[in-house]
Ligand binder design. Structure first.
Ligand code: GLA
Length: 372
């Protein structure tokens, strides 16, 4: 069948139920793609000049496919990074295109708007040029763009979820080898609600990368004695304990969190499969406290939102989600209490920080789709 020259790509954001900051340590994560998306309209044009326009960030720029180099404007690098990878690193032939980006995915909320943009763009270019890139290759290209163009040394959770997501299914993904299975996303009578602190974090900030470095440092120290460990998540807690007095305290705490969070994630998948939502909710709280106290990636706004839920039995679980330092909390709230609870927590948040709280209702939706 002949390739079309105009397509629309729908690329979702993602939530992560549990398994935070373990993807780059070879751990298990439990994310799902959501029904909030970036919409990318792509049409092939003649010549070498692409025109890219984003309604979301209210920016546009022209790009010559024969002269690709990094931009000083970070947003442009998401697009340029993709083309650099395809044209320069992979030596692929790409037709010039016009690209219009629109979105109902809030930026900086920790629901992966940037990975969504990159995944959607690669998937669209893949289709228009019949490149036959596999899902794994798309995941790799997103990593390359994020690591080398944006400066974020993130793991594969976001892009893997956006590419492989399915309606009403979570992915239990082993980030060591990319094995995964779908798990029904059924939390009845609870629904997933995100509360956006509206405190913007910049993930490429050194703080995220610093955690990556600290985890590598912990593994390096452990491997001097125990060569068998290839990933930090595989170290038993009792083995880590042997290093308690010799390892820098922060590095030790990072490792402890990662090891515990990975175990929680594996157990969580079982609890969710067995519809044991209450016990899963407790894991969510424990995950948050680990992220706050051991991993130190939370902030006062996120902590306030999580603490506030603890006074209400209708909220079964709550924690910060994503890279941290702002963004959203993810909550499981009894369906018929959601509206009342939103009023209560929004008012409390406004009173405390003088910041408007945004509420994001999410359903688990499909991964990237190309509409021809
Ligand atoms: C960001 C990164 C992911 C992951 C999360 C934390 O979203 O892009 O790879 O590390 O933070 O779990």
């Amino acid at each position: 069948m002949k390739q079309k020259n105009n397509i629309t790509v729908e690329s979702p954001g993602r939530v992560n139920l549990i398994g935070e900051h373990v993807d780059y340590n070879g751990g298990f994560v439990l994310p799902g793609s959501i029904d909030k998306k970036i919409i990318i309209e792509l049409s092939v044009v003649s010549g070498n000049i692409c025109f890219i326009e984003s309604k979301t960030v209210k920016k546009s720029f022209k790009l010559n496919l024969k002269k690709i180099s990094k931009s000083k404007i970070q947003w442009e690098n998401y697009i340029i990074g993709v083309l650099y990878n395809l044209i320069i690193s992979r030596n692929l032939k790409i037709k010039a295109f016009d690209c219009k980006v629109d979105s109902n995915l809030p930026i900086g909320a920790g629901i992966s708007s940037s990975s969504s943009l990159v995944c959607g763009l690669i998937s669209g270019i893949n289709y228009l040029n019949d490149l036959k890139l596999s899902s794994d290759e798309i995941v790799d290209i997103v990593s390359d763009v994020e690591h080398n163009f944006i400066g974020l040394k993130g793991g594969i959770m976001d892009q893997f979820t956006i590419v492989n997501g399915r309606k009403n299914k979570l992915l239990l993904l082993n980030c060591q080898n990319r094995d995964f299975k779908y798990i029904d996303s059924n939390f009845n009578p609870y629904k997933i609600i995100l509360f956006n602190t509206n405190v913007e974090h910049n993930l490429s900030d050194s703080s995220y990368n610093k955690r990556v470095i600290e985890c590598n440092e912990a593994l390096k120290i452990i491997r001097k004695k125990y060569k068998k460990y290839k990933f930090l998540v595989d170290v038993e807690e009792k083995v880590l304990y042997e290093f308690k007095n010799t390892m820098n305290e922060k590095v030790y705490n990072r490792a402890l969190f990662v090891i515990q969070e990975n175990k929680r994630t594996i157990k969580s998948a079982k609890k969710i499969s067995k519809l044991n939502i209450k016990e899963f909710g407790e894991f969510m709280y424990n995950s948050h406290f680990g992220l706050k106290n051991l991993y130190e990636v939370s902030c006062k706004e996120l902590d306030f939102l999580v603490d506030f839920t603890m006074g209400y039995k209708e909220v079964i679980g709550s924690r910060m989600m994503g890279g941290g330092f702002g963004g959203c909390t993810i909550n499981l709230i009894e369906e018929n209490f959601i509206n009342d609870f939103i009023k209560l927590i929004s008012l409390a948040y406004l009173n405390k920080f003088n910041i408007e709280l945004n509420v994001i209702h999410v359903n688990i939706g499909d991964g990237v789709l190309i509409k021809k």
